[in-house]
Design a protein around this ligand. Sequence first.
Ligand code: ADP
Ligand code: MG
Length: 362
Amino acid sequence: MSTNEPLVRFENVQKSYDGEILVVKDFNLDVEHGEFVTMLGPSGSGKTTCLMMLAGFEPATNGNIYLNGKPINNVPPHKRGIGMVFQNYALFPHMTVAENLAFPLEVRNIGKAEREERVNRALDMVRLGDFGNRRPAQLSGGQQQRVAVARSLIFDPELVLMDEPLGALDKNLREQMQYEIKHLHESLGLTVMYVTHDQTEALTMSNRIAVFDDGVVQQCASPSKLYERPDNAFVANFIGENNRLMGTVEAINGENATVKTDSGDIVVATKINVSSVGERTTLSLRPERIFISPEDNKTPNTYSAMVKELIYHGDHIRTRFSVCGDDDFIVKVPNSADNTSLIEGKEVNIGWMSEDCLALDG
Ligand code: ADP
Ligand code: MG
């Protein structure tokens, strides 16, 4: 094994099922040893197809996939040494939990004594030590999914692929399992490629996230980079909440773009992917980065705003303003004693820093 190579490399990979439409258009991704990389995107954007090509269940139409620097296009699935977990668990219903876990070891001709030892270790790892003799139908959804995770790890694969593994679980269980999988990733030093359409799940678990749309990776970066510095309007909208103001670029000055909103207000923003005067742009502003009644000169962008609605959320007040022509401008105001200026129907000044206002493609 050459350790300088990424564990996984997708190089100019394309996929068409019908010979006409490319459902994966030009996929390039390196996954390093020990990374947790998530493919995040709407349904139908090509995430599962990419995992299937890596696992060997679908051929790539064009391009190359490498494992440890070696092309695997012609290596059959069971020789790739990759563990997999699917959304529907895919446990064998007629087998006990222990038999399910032993199956991948039997396929690999591992002897009975070692099988038993590994099965017991795997059951303990997912805290199901007493459940080896049950059948899948006698387990809860969360327990079945823990068996599926244990089964994917039983032959010590270096790489595990997980395709929406928690999609069928309710919210509490899903959050608990997110931490369990993350913990296994860290304690076992695994490399994980994970698929989800749930952005919170992706942000919680991943070292890096590849944001998919329509067969194309829009951006691949760390969770904080995606949130703080999205490359384009699709990523800004897909990751986290944002307010959007439409406008036209009036001037470009170094890092900044001066934008005239369609309401006629002038906003100084950070230039992301606009380049010239006259271009249409979407300004993106996160609801937690807005100041209420900012002190003089604190924010270069300050506007009079009408309070439309206050919704109590305990730790913060979700406040809807009408400002710069947007009647649905959301601000998360921390719940503190100095919020008395916020009264529905009254005007206050609100403002934001240029670095918190991104000028993205219109
Ligand atoms: P995702 O996992 O992001 O929801 P998929 O990779 O499953 O997306 O699907 C991408 C596109 O490929 C979709 O338009 C889907 O209908 C199509 N597709 C997926 N699998 C097949 C298949 N086996 N045969 C034909 N079309 C498929
Ligand atoms: Mg899918």
